[in-house]
Design a protein around this ligand. Structure first.
Ligand code: ADP
Ligand code: MG
Length: 344
């Protein structure tokens, strides 16, 4: 797990490039940092491999403060790819692929193994390993550039606008490749981009930054459905927002982080264990056809558990809409806006 705890970076001269960032994500996630130029994406990323040291705050990787680790050692464990994945023209494809493994002093046998594996991954013939970049097509070279980033088998890969300079078609096919490889290899990616389509396509979570601050950190679906503010709405643009609204909404999609759908027939104890397991505080009660029947929260359960046996019993005795709790009212309003029926 990777955790930023109140991390700030103030450069000499006083520029606050990263302003009290607190986020965390899990191994195997694909996280995109997005924001306008100068919003602090690169700095936030470089803090992770200690190319930049924070002014304040902590970064933990698997619970260990990276400041307590040897910086060189740390950097070995983290892949880093900057813009423009050019291959070295005077080196063979094999030499290009194993550049970092060689720096890490892997034995030759292991380097050859990984070269084979990488060329297989991009579905190019192994004979190509001993050719030079100029003997490959542009597209083939780009694909090699992408797998090269994975060759050292690091668990965490940082990519800073790697496809920024490419034409849209090449870009899209490399995005597909990165996504496919990430899923196949289960690595954690932090990927900086200023392109919303790229972020929406690649990420399972997006960090939206502005002026060094976290504006929103959530899944693409959640961001599209509940943009945090006008800034995010503008970043998404009207077309995407309209499209997101028109897309058919299932109960799963409208579930907020804190709520989970459950049918009224479920017993109270099933409801409680679901809340505990999924760490939610609210149950969205829906019938078999996806019609929303109401909400049940922890308080409701505590109040009625002695007299009720099913979740439906609680709904029948408690009228959720008289609640003062604005969170629930807002949730309901958002759900209704997305076209889910509510039947009292
Ligand atoms: P992004 O990657 O989102 O374009 P950066 O993280 O590169 O943004 O930069 C964030 C802010 O910090 C910008 O205003 C930039 O000018 C400033 N900055 C970046 N690096 C330095 C540095 N080494 N010294 C001073 N200011 C810097
Ligand atoms: Mg940058």
């Amino acid at each position: 797990m990777i955790e930023y705890k109140n991390v700030s970076k103030i450069f000499k001269g006083g520029k606050v490039a990263v302003d009290d960032v607190s986020i965390s994500f899990e191994k195997g996630e694909f996280v995109c940092f997005i924001g306008t130029s100068g919003s602090g994406k690169t700095t936030t990323m470089r803090l992770l491999n200690r190319m930049i040291e924070p002014t304040s705050g902590q970064i933990l990787i698997d619970g260990v403060d990276i400041q307590t680790q040897d910086a060189v050692e740390l950097r070995r464990k983290i892949g880093y790819v900057i813009q423009n994945i050019g291959l070295m023209p005077h080196m063979t494809i094999r030499e290009n692929i194993v550049m970092v493994p060689k720096l890490l002093k892997w034995p030759e046998e292991k380097r050859n193994e990984i070269a084979d594996r990488m060329i297989d991954l991009v579905e190019l013939p192994r004979e190509m390993l001993d050719r030079y970049p100029s003997q490959l097509s542009g597209g083939q070279q780009q694909r090699i550039g992408v797998v090269r980033a994975l060759a050292a088998d690091q668990d965490l890969i940082l990519m800073d606008e790697p496809f920024g300079a490419l034409d849209p078609i090449t870009r899209e096919s490399l995005q597909d490749l990165v996504k496919e490889l990430q899923v196949k290899m289960g690595k954690t990616f932090v990927f900086v981009t200023h392109d919303m389509d790229e972020a929406l396509k690649l990420a399972n979570r997006i960090l939206i930054m502005d002026d060094g601050k976290v504006i929103q950190f959530d899944t693409p679906t959640a961001i599209l459905q509940n943009p945090a503010n006008e800034f995010v709405e503008n970043l998404l643009g009207e077309d995407r927002l309209m499209q997101a609204k028109q897309e058919e909404t299932t109960v799963e999609q409208v579930m907020l982080k804190a709520a989970i759908a459950i049918t009224p027939e479920k017993s109270i104890s099933e409801g409680i264990s679901l809340m505990r397991d999924k760490r939610v505080d609210t149950l969205l009660v829906v019938d078999g056809t996806g019609v929303l029947k109401g909400f049940v929260d922890v308080e409701d359960i505590n109040r009625h558990r002695k007299t009720a046996t099913s979740i439906g019993d609680i709904l029948r005795t408690d009228v959720f809409y008289v609640k003062k709790d604005s969170y629930l009212r807002d949730t309901l309003q958002r759900i209704l806006k997305r076209g889910l029926k509510y039947v009292p």
